[in-house]
Design a binder for this molecule. Sequence first.
Ligand code: NAP
Length: 406
Amino acid sequence: MAEKIVKIENGKLLVPDNPIIPFIEGDGIGPDIWKATRAVMDASVETTYHKKRRIEWKELLVGEKGFDKTGQWLSQEALNSIKSHVVAIKGPLTTPVGQGIRSLNVAIRQKLDLYACVRPVKYMSPVPSPMKHPEKIDMVIFRENTEDVYAGIEWAAGSNEAEKVISFLKHEMHADIPEHAGIGIKPMSQKNTRRLVARAISHAIENVYESVTLMHKGNIMKYTEGAFRNWGYETAADLFPDITITEAQLYEKYDGRRPEGKVIIKDRIADMIFQQVLLRPEEFGVIATPNLNGDYISDALSAQIGGLGMAPGANIGDDCAIFEATHGTAPKYAGLDKVNPGSLILSGAMMLDYMGWKEAAAAIRKALQAAIISGHVTYDLARQIKNATEVSCSRFGNEIIKLMKG
Ligand code: NAP
């Protein structure tokens, strides 16, 4: 059994040829897109490595299925299993209303300390895009996953807790706060910023991106977002002194021309970057940013490459990683075999890349692109592509497999 478990040793992933990989099917459209994804991933591994490699899938009961069968939305057993298997994949999960859990997705990220939410945004021709030159879009967002206003430290207006905090801020810190305000706290730390930015820079180096942009709102929130920016530059200088240069150095020392092999570290204010990624997307490679900014920019960028149906993602920590689509459970389409499985399929390709099975990942991307070129696509793409034929979620998955097998 032991030889089937993925391990991390000295920060390096060790993947056996027949690893056991846990999956969470997910709620709403989860079962439909997972079924298609699993079939595509199995086909890619089989056609690429024949009998030499195979994934052994292990289901974890989480979300509505978990609650129905075990009475628990998210058991400690499921969390332990993800941690001990190191790599996992999941469909979207409904946020249970009134169950004391704000969001299962946020809970999983926080409990497993999956501090980097990684969302690649790369255009795949001929997916319809509102951009004039979508082919210029090739970015990867590294969103901090554990801090910021997302940490869940907040109290309702008029609650005892909010009144206590307001009283402290007014009387001890001399802050001017409106009476009976709701209160939210935005923590940001050097430690958590450094590990996120270090991962973003490593990704840029390994995948030959020219720059890492620190996206922040530090002009206004100086001691949180501004500190994120400063700690980001410090991380580059401390951990990657030979391979990174700042944008200021680029102009002072190199006349604006990037020396071969160097990664440029720059920063941009959050509101302004939204227009720059539209007007000059080619200027951005890796973007590292706090939690809330990352949430906004990744959905906005996914619209530029074909929408949520084509937006993959991963939540990565030092001990384990979970791969998942950027979108949610789209409840109105649940069980209709209708939606685009592309986002979860591309998350599966990211997972294979992460495991070092890069040939299988490439086979998936190539066949997915070929399926879109063939014009047999799910409703979301069919409504944007002239003369396309709308097919179901499962049929789209089968098209990909057929094209992969040639
Ligand atoms: P959503 O599930 O992402 O769906 C919003 C819309 O996005 C859909 O109505 C559909 O647009 C489009 N869409 C989403 N997935 C698609 C796909 N695979 N193919 C094609 N189009 C797709 O957002 P929501 O309705 O706000 O959230 C529903 C539930 O999901 C909530 O309980 C929320 O908490 C949860 N959620 C979970 C995660 C996660 O598990 N990581 C993430 C976000 C939200 P059209 O209506 O235009 O067809």
